[in-house]
Ligand binder design. Structure first.
Ligand SMILES: NC(=O)c1ccc[n+]([C@@H]2O[C@H](COP(=O)([O-])OP(=O)(O)OC[C@H]3O[C@@H](n4cnc5c(N)ncnc54)[C@H](OP(=O)(O)O)[C@@H]3O)[C@@H](O)[C@H]2O)c1
Length: 494
């Protein structure tokens, strides 16, 4: 739709599950940041919808407790911005499967939308996954997802997890396809909104130096690691149903892998980018049972405190087999990557808190420095997503002095010190894309299916007890067999 249309236009954002953590701590604060940066249209309204009874005033107070003026320093200006923003927010209580609730919601939206203008409606399902289908069906029944060419656009935003395996994900995709077009659906993987992840394409395709090296001839292996020092902390119910593979690996880490491994898209059009991601995801072999280690954390002392094991956490069944740690080796079977192992791991309650990609290059053949007292080490490109987003490249250099002594040094690009700018939160970037209709960073249905194919057999094997989680002490580096798996590929988890 032409944004410069002369008719009055309106943006209506409805967040379903607005009483929840994600809505209050991430979605509304991100919308506030867009408001502060004048990136929301002149005419907009934000609605919270959930079962909890709440007045508009109580809802605004709840939102206010999580708003920060990241882009606008200065107490008084910040106060005015918050008041201005909250004036655009209201709350409607209702049930996700109740027709009356949604008809009421529709009437409220219609009353605010210009009768002779254009509207953009954005429905964000910030609810547990089992509510996706009934809530979308309610929106459909009330006619709220119906697009009117030239007048009304409607978008549906979903948060992972999208299903539990290939079959349930396909079923969800099929159910949603009966309610709206794939072009209206925005499946969020918030990792794709992170600045460093968005930079992967720029790094690979707008620098001459990397692409000629970016293949099996020069890269020995790739490691993608996501770790947290905390256990399930307040998300026990959700986590126990899904586990680390569904929560982190099948989505965030596989998306990172796809961006590292994909071919260059024909252009930056969202469909060109997503076509390349689908292609590479389809080249990944399903994870082999012999190449995965799963673990579950056990009680231990960590950072001077006694920590409960997973099975002792409140809300976790004493016989749960849910994995809190997984490490695996993936294989991309194509000409670029054949025989290059992609080692991927995700773990909770381990001794470090970070998300990063490490690309290890091969040794220099017949290196003339091999006999030196400090033998050369292979180059490594490190893309750190969190904490402290950074890019660094390890290179061997001569230590200044009278002897020829080598030292591994880092060429560092720290985002904080290089860019004198506030780095947007992932949700700011993603919500702006939904508003603008840019789907580059959202998961397409065929991409989702291809990513489930990689993990479905192993997830079923876990459920059928063919693979069992091994215990690892809270605050350790994970199960020892995960170290052995890395050692098979001459590396370690860092
Ligand atoms: N929190 C995060 O950082 C995060 C990150 C990535 C993805 N996600 C995904 O984003 C979605 C929302 O996350 P969240 O942490 O905000 O979830 P949440 O707090 O568990 O749920 C959001 C809201 O949904 C409603 N709800 C919860 N359980 C329900 C039930 N059994 N029946 C009906 N309604 C129920 C509640 O509102 P009412 O009771 O008032 O209706 C709740 O406030 C989930 O799908 C989650 O998997 C969350």
């Amino acid at each position: 739709m032409n944004e410069k249309h002369s008719k009055p236009s309106m943006l209506s954002v409805v967040v379903l599950g607005a009483s929840g953590d994600l809505a209050v701590k991430k979605i509304f604060p991100a919308l506030f940041s867009l408001y502060c940066r004048k990136l929301l249209p002149a005419s907009f309204h934000l609605y919270g919808f959930a079962r909890t009874e709440m007045s508009d005033e109580a809802f605004r107070t709840l939102l206010l407790s999580h708003l920060t003026c990241r882009y606008t320093p200065g107490e008084s200006e910040c106060q005015a911005l918050m008041e201005g923003f909250l004036g655009h927010c209201s709350y409607i209580a209702g049930n996700y499967d109740d027709a009356d609730s949604f008809e009421r919601l529709n009437r409220v939206l219609e009353a605010a939308e210009p009768a002779d203008g254009t509207t953009k409606r954005l429905f964000y399902l910030s609810v547990p996954p089992f509510i996706f289908e009934p809530a979308s069906a309610s929106l459909h029944r009330a006619g709220m997802l119906k697009e009117i060419p030239g007048t009304r656009q409607c978008r549906l935003v979903l948060e992972k997890p999208f299903g539990r395996d290939r079959a349930s994900s396909d079923a969800l995709t099929k159910d949603l396809a009966l309610l709206c077009a794939e072009s209206q659906i925005y499946r969020i993987d918030h990792y794709l909104g992170k600045e460093v992840i968005q930079n992967l394409m720029a790094l690979r395709f707008s620098n001459l130096i990397f692409e000629p090296l970016w293949n099996r001839n020069n890269i020995e292996h790739v490691r993608i690691s996501w770790t947290e020092e905390i256990g399930v902390e307040g998300r026990a119910g959700y986590f126990d149903q899904y586990g680390i593979i569904r929560d982190v690996m099948q989505n965030h880490l596989l998306q990172m892998l796809a961006l590292v491994a994909m071919e260059e898209p024909a252009n930056l059009h969202p469909e060109s980018v997503r076509d390349e991601k689908v292609k590479v995801l389809r080249s990944i072999q399903p994870v082999c049972f012999k190449e995965i280690v799963v673990g579950q954390y056990t009680a231990a002392e960590f950072r001077n405190r006694q920590r409960a094991g997973y099975l002792e956490e409140p809300g976790i069944p004493a016989d749960s087999r849910t994995a809190t740690y997984a490490a695996t080796v993936m294989h991309v079977r194509n000409r670029r990557w054949d025989d290059v192992p992609f080692l991927v791991r995700a773990g909770k309650a381990v001794n470090d808190q970070k998300a990063e990609i490490r690309i290890r290059f091969r040794e220099v053949p017949a290196n003339i420095f091999n006999a030196s007292p400090t033998p050369p080490r292979a180059n490594e490109l490190i893309i750190r997503v969190q904490p402290d987003p950074a890019l660094s490249l390890s290179v061997m250099t001569k230590v200044p002095g009278l002897r020829m002594s080598l030292h591994k040094t880092e060429l560092n690009l720290s985002y904080a010190s290089t860019f004198n700018a506030t780095i947007p939160e992932a949700y700011e970037s993603l919500l702006l894309d939904v508003i603008r209709g840019d789907k580059s960073l959202f998961i397409r249905d065929d991409e989702l299916a291809a990513s489930w194919d990689v993990f479905t057999p192993v997830l079923h094997a876990l459920e059928e007890c063919i693979i069992k989680p091994q215990g690892y002490a809270y605050g350790s580096n994970g199960p020892s067999s995960a170290d052995a798996l890395a050692a098979l590929h001459n590396t370690v988890w860092e």
